[in-house]
Design a protein around this ligand. Structure first.
Ligand code: UDP
Length: 473
């Protein structure tokens, strides 16, 4: 692609790989969908644009979706726009507003709009050199919304894919939408993870609801046996105990395999014991993920009644280009942690996983999710929450907040528990119940895996995108 915009190289993955998990009817249907898409989208490129290549759910799902789309011979691309600190501060404010929260409380006035548009214009100049007639452009999230105004190349279709939202609008979400709406009139299609997230002005006939999916074969989700899990977690320093056996390998997105070598950054306490149940939340360091609430609830109402340890893990804060608040959130967590009584503090482990090699990082998160007795996703708001499907795929029972896309994934009392996002008590009780009854936890885990396989892997996801793009083409 002749451009100075960053294009993320995504290696195609053969659809047959996925077919093995689907059963024959579903696999045949998937093959037919791919064949139809190949024919109908021939000669067209599908150009995805977002603002970070690593860290967070959007980067994660683009990697998955594009690998399979390319495996189906669809010319799907992924380019990353650039912004400065102020741009990402503004877009994070909008993002927080769309989640119904005040965020940093800063303004969204003329000065912010001017800066947002100025940075957009710089990206437009570069994007224009890339675009050609016939392209189908998929812009992701608030960071890319203003690009829509400038993509007036003949026969280019523009889709805006929004990954965030709340079920019931409030003053903040209205403010966020008021800022963005001017860029979003009259697009060819709008895609949301849930119908409830779409503002009322999105035309019903151009709205598509498409939930994300995971790749069961990526470094984040590929099978690992118990021995490999322990070796990875000991090697990177999350669990105690020496392990001198050879290191564990992981699949890279370019098709090669690497070896888990890097250590994680374990803040405060040392490693967790290898023989205690682990409660895990793996999230970006974002206020909305409420890592601090997870910690306080654990300290007050889980630790005193169990022998479990808590691991809170997130990407190293330098690893997510478009998330300026991560450092502050991590430091707030550390501050709370440092004030806890010694006995509890030593049972809470804050982990930053370096993102230098995203596949190695993914393999570490994979091992952690597999090792956890209970996975938590106590978000205050959530677009979808890939971490929930990731844990379900690994047959883990999940305690998740009753918000946004988490509700679409967890079936309460069957695959996990749904709790009031603001109730530390409810969350703690749900975790304690699962820790106290490992048999029930295992049954829920098994049901969770089936649900993830039936609903949240790539065939369903690709079929929905194929339908939409074929209609536009
Ligand atoms: N994640 C990660 N490293 C971490 C913590 C989380 O790679 O230390 C990943 C996690 O596995 C998931 C993604 O970040 O794939 C988060 O996606 P999700 O949809 O849950 O939330 P988002 O970050 O998009 O708000």
């Amino acid at each position: 692609m002749p451009s100075d915009l960053d294009e993320v190289q995504v290696q195609p993955v053969a659809l047959e790989r996925l077919a093995g998990l689907l059963g024959s009817d579903r696999a045949q249907r998937f093959a037919r969908t791919a064949e139809t898409a190949r024919v109908r989208l021939a000669g067209r490129r599908v150009i995805n644009v977002n603002s970070t290549a690593t860290g967070g759910g959007v980067a994660e799902l683009l990697q998955t979706l594009l690998a399979y789309a390319r495996g189906a011979d669809i010319d799907a691309r992924w380019i990353v726009i650039e912004g400065d600190a102020r741009f990402f501060e503004i877009t994070k404010r909008i993002h927080n507003h769309l989640y119904g929260t005040a965020g940093d409380g800063g303004p969204l006035g003329d000065a912010e709009r001017r800066h947002y548009e100025e940075i957009t214009l710089r990206n437009v100049a570069r994007l224009r050199r890339v675009l050609a007639a016939g392209d189908l452009v998929v812009l992701h999230d608030p960071q890319t919304a203003a690009l829509t105004r400038h993509l007036t190349v003949p026969d280019v279709k523009v889709v805006w894919r929004c990954h965030v939202g709340i079920d019931t609008p409030n003053q903040y979400s209205e403010r966020g939408w008021a800022f963005l709406r001017t860029y979003l009139d009259n697009l060819d299609a709008y895609v949301f993870s849930r119908a409830q997230f779409a503002p009322a002005w999105v035309p019903a006939d151009r709205l598509a609801v498409i939930a994300p999916s995971i790749d069961p074969f990526s470094a984040k989700n590929e099978p690992m046996d118990g021995t490999q899990v322990m070796r990875v977690l000991r090697h990177v320093g999350i669990l105690d105990g020496n392990d001198v056996r050879p290191a564990v390998s992981f699949p890279r997105r370019d098709g090669s395999r690497g070896i888990v070598e890097r250590s994680v950054d374990l803040l405060g306490t040392g490693p967790a014991p290898s023989d205690v149940p682990i409660v895990l939340q793996a999230s970006r360091w974002d206020v909305m993920k409420d890592m601090r609430g997870v910690m306080i609830g654990f300290a007050e109402s889980i630790a005193p009644h169990t022998d479990a340890h808590l691991v809170l893990t997130g990407p190293a804060t330098s690893g997510v280009a478009d998330d300026p608040e991560a450092d502050d959130v991590l430091h707030a967590c550390l501050d709370t942690w440092s004030r806890l009584p010694d006995t509890v503090r030593s049972r809470i482990h804050l982990v930053c996983v370096p993102m230098t090699d995203p596949d190695e990082a993914a393999s570490i998160v994979n091992a952690l999710q597999r090792h956890a007795a209970v996975v938590v996703q106590k978000s205050l708001a959530e677009g979808f929450g890939l971490t929930v499907t990731e844990a379900m795929w690994k047959s883990r029972p999940v305690v998740g907040s009753r918000v946004g896309g988490i509700v679409d994934q967890i079936i309460p009392d069957h695959t996990g528990s749904l709790v009031d996002p603001t109730s530390l008590d409810e969350y703690a009780r749900a975790v304690r119940a699962l820790l106290a009854d490992p048999e029930q936890a295992q049954q829920m885990g098994t049901a969770a895996h089936d649900r993830a396989r039936d609903n949240f892997i790539g065939d369903r996801h690709l079929e929905q995108w194929a339908q939409l793009l074929e209609r536009l083409a």
